[in-house]
Write a protein that binds this ligand. Structure first.
Ligand code: RNT
Ligand code: ZN
Length: 419
């Protein structure tokens, strides 16, 4: 018997926390791991140019995945160091398109069959994203463009993504979250704030008019405050999408990098869940701007985790979203995913009913004392036990990354061709 663990369990039991229950619950919470950390959001299109649309992956750490096979290998490596079963979140630009040039409005379900096979073999599920950036037709806006031709192209793209998501959902027998994020905005103060939003609304209405199965596809819309080169105005703002999602029975996605730096995104969840059954999250770490640094175990992520556990994870579609090219990319996934899980475990190890009762009784001094003491409870011991039971390394997993780097990723040359 592991006495250290038994002692920790006892300490939690004394404040009414069941450690076994917490671990069982954690092992059943899937997080949709974003595929794009592995290759700096390059995707496998033959039309790939630089990443554009107000987002940037900076850094030149060697070993970026250069094609589907390499990305799959790297994802396998990352999952082998992350406890639990998760999901994999793909972007439309990651289809297997062969030699041909398939434009975004032409993508089809079969371009993703290799991914579906990959997921089915591993017993995991996929999620999906429309790719409305890094494309010649996304330069001056996409779904909100003033040009009908451009809007129609992106409407066709998202409709193609709906078909692909339905296909994936059928094959995996589990709904797919399909997220829409667009970069549309202006660098400088626009003359007309209404027109672009009216056009975005109209484009989304056309997309929703497509006959798709709402029980198979959870359509989410992701807001943003600004992007690089698009600092003054973002068409798809917080208010825009929150209202749009509420009115149209779809799901709102909060990315915690998409707000002003002093806003607390965790605080937005309870207000949202009063009016929606589900909310979607992109968990990331902004540093001064939407820089998409690897998730650390910081206050922001702890706050989000607390809301997830208090409201119930069944009300959330959880995903990660970061892309740091300055560090080992497999390690980035592992660090970020494990940190989300640690935050969830910390939240699961809190006596929420007791804390709520203290608040309702206005016993705020006792609440403060408990909240602060909880920070030194032996969470790390429980985390190690959880990793061990899940069959992944506990604390010292980095040597696995070093070995993989030495044997696999080190010799990948940046100039080698893509698929
Ligand atoms: C961009 C959004 C969006 C992207 C991915 C690649 O600011 O966060 O979610 O990061 O779709
Ligand atoms: Zn995001």
């Amino acid at each position: 018997m592991n006495q250290v663990f038994e002692h920790a369990k006892q300490q939690y039991a004394e404040i009414g926390v069941d450690v076994e229950k917490a671990m069982t619950r954690l092992s059943a919470i899937p997080i949709s791991m974003h595929c794009w950390q592995g290759d700096d959001i390059q995707g496998f299109e033959n039309l790939a140019g630089p990443v554009s649309g107000g987002i940037q992956a900076t850094g030149d750490y060697p070993g970026r995945a250069r094609n589907g096979e390499e990305l799959m290998m790297d994802i396998d490596k990352a999952f082998s160091l992350i406890p639990g079963k998760h999901r994999l979140n793909l972007h439309a630009s990651y289809g297997f398109f062969g030699e041909s040039k398939i434009d975004r409005d032409q993508i089809r379900p079969e371009h993703f069959d290799k991914w579906i096979d990959f997921a089915l073999e591993r017993g995991i599920c996929l999620d999906f994203n429309a790719t409305c950036f890094s494309h010649p037709l996304s330069k001056d806006g996409t779904l909100s463009s003033e040009q009908t031709k451009v809007r129609d192209f992106w409407i066709a793209h998202v409709k193609a993504c709906l078909k692909i998501s339905e296909h994936i959902a059928h094959r995996q027998r589990d709904p797919v979250t399909l997220n829409i994020w667009i970069p549309d905005g202006f660098k400088d103060i626009p003359a007309d704030r209404f027109g672009p939003r009216r056009r975005l609304k109209d484009s989304l209405d056309q997309i929703l008019a497509a006959d798709y199965d709402r029980s198979l596809v959870n359509l989410t819309v992701e807001s943003k405050v600004f992007g690089i080169g698009l600092e003054s105005y973002t068409v798809g703002s917080h208010e825009f999408y929150l209202n749009y999602a509420a009115q149209n029975g779809i799901i709102y996605l909060l990315d915690n990098g998409h707000f002003h730096p002093t806003e607390v995104v965790a605080d937005k969840i309870s207000s949202t869940l009063l009016f929606f059954d589900k909310v979607a999250l992109h968990m990331t770490r902004p540093v001064r701007w939407d820089s998409d640094h690897v998730v650390r175990l910081d206050d922001e992520i702890l706050g989000l985790a607390q809301e997830i556990i208090v409201h119930g994870e069944e009300h959330f579609l959880l995903g990660t979203d970061f892309f740091d090219a300055s560090v080992n990319r497999v390690a980035a996934w592992v660090i970020g995913m494990r940190n989300v899980q640690k935050a969830l475990l910390i939240a699961l190890l809190q006596p929420h009913d007791q804390m709520r009762a203290l608040q309702d009784a206005r016993n705020l001094s006792k609440l403060l004392a408990l909240q602060e003491e909880l920070k030194t409870y032996p969470f790390g011991i429980v985390w190690q036990e959880f990793c061990q039971r899940s069959g992944v390394p506990t604390l010292n997993w980095y040597p696995e990354i070093e070995k993989y780097e030495e044997e696999v990723t080190k010799d990948r040359k940046a100039e080698d061709e893509w698929i």
